[in-house]
Design a binder for this molecule. Structure first.
Ligand code: CP
Length: 312
């Protein structure tokens, strides 16, 4: 099946079958990472730029490893060590990098819509690695991949997403994706961080964490995005923790086989108890592992890899 998109700008432009196609492709990619020689010649000769204007551990490293496992050449760019520090604009930065004959640009930027902006003049494939509070599509894809591996399906599952929904691009991309695949999404957080309008995006909005957790199949905890908050949204961390931190006692309300997720980085004993984060119910490090497979699939599909070469 062909993948009919030049860029991956968000979950919004994808159909349910596009998403399933990426997840199925990621299953083939996962096997490559278990081999002794974790490399296939699928994207040999392709050049990818990893352009990160914001900090990252998981996304940046996994895009780099994904590109290398597919034999592409990848160059890492960071804001502080580039000419952005001398005032070069985003557009000039892209035009100069593209002058070196790039095939794909993976971009993380604090401004929502940056990947969409560069896709209007860029000839390379653009991959959104997180834009402001807008979208983080590969995070939602790796989350769906992880859920599907554990529960064998997405449709009909109760997925509870807890925390700073207002500032979370992870919550937005997950909500879009899970709706497209037929899950029941419940968003939970303090009212200032969870406006009622989110119910118009196809989610149930709930302000009581205990009630929301009843019968949950998946619980996804989010970090408080202090770097994006322009004002005080709740009285204190102590109060937030009391109402919205996930403890073993609260988690007992979810189904016995419910899985616990977090996109990272986690704040132990703030949004999630340290014991739970390290427990057998936690799939947090599996999410990170699956991120490599999903990003291999995205690069492979956008850059036109040949299927037969996956098994070479
Ligand atoms: N989940 C995630 O995007 O993590 P990083 O910020 O470390 O990339």
């Amino acid at each position: 099946m062909a993948f009919e998109h030049k860029h991956l700008l968000g979950i919004e432009p994808l159909s349910a079958s596009d998403i399933t196609h990426i997840l199925d492709t990621a299953e083939s990619m996962a096997e490559i990472s278990t081999r002794e020689v974790k490399k296939v010649p699928v994207l040999r000769g392709k050049t990818i730029i990893n352009l990160f204007y914001e900090a990252s551990t998981r996304t940046r490293s996994s895009f780099e490893l994904a590109a290398k496992r597919l034999s592409a050449d990848i160059s890492n760019f960071s804001r502080s060590t580039s000419s952005v520090a001398k005032g070069e604009t985003l557009k000039d930065t892209i035009l100069n990098l593209e002058a070196m004959n790039t095939d794909a640009i993976v971009i993380r930027h604090a401004s929502s819509g940056s990947p969409h902006f560069i896709s209007t003049f860029c000839t390379s494939a653009v991959v959104n690695a997180g834009d402001g509070t807008h979208e983080h599509p590969t995070q939602a894809l790796l989350d769906a991949f992880t859920i599907r591996r554990h529960r064998k399906k997405i449709k009909g599952l109760k997925v509870v997403i807890v925390g700073d929904i207002l500032h979370s691009r992870v919550a937005r991309s997950n909500l879009l994706l899970l709706n497209k695949l037929g899950a029941h999404v419940v968003l939970v957080g303090p009212p200032p961080l969870l406006p009622r309008e989110f119910s118009g995006m196809g989610a149930e909005v709930e302000y009581d964490l205990n009630r929301a957790l009843d019968g949950a199949d998946v619980v996804m905890m989010l970090r408080i995005q202090l770097e994006r908050q322009k004002k005080i949204y709740f009285p204190s961390i102590r109060e937030y923790r009391e109402l919205f931190s996930l403890t073993p006692q609260k988690f007992r309300r979810a189904k016995r086989d419910a899985i616990l997720m977090h996109p990272g980085p986690i704040n132990r004993d703030v949004e999630i108890s340290a014991d739970l984060a390290d427990s057998a119910r936690s799939v947090i490090l599996e999410q990170v592992q699956n991120g490599v497979s999903v990003r291999m699939a995205v690069l492979y599909l956008l850059l036109g890899g040949k299927e037969r070469e996956i098994t070479d």
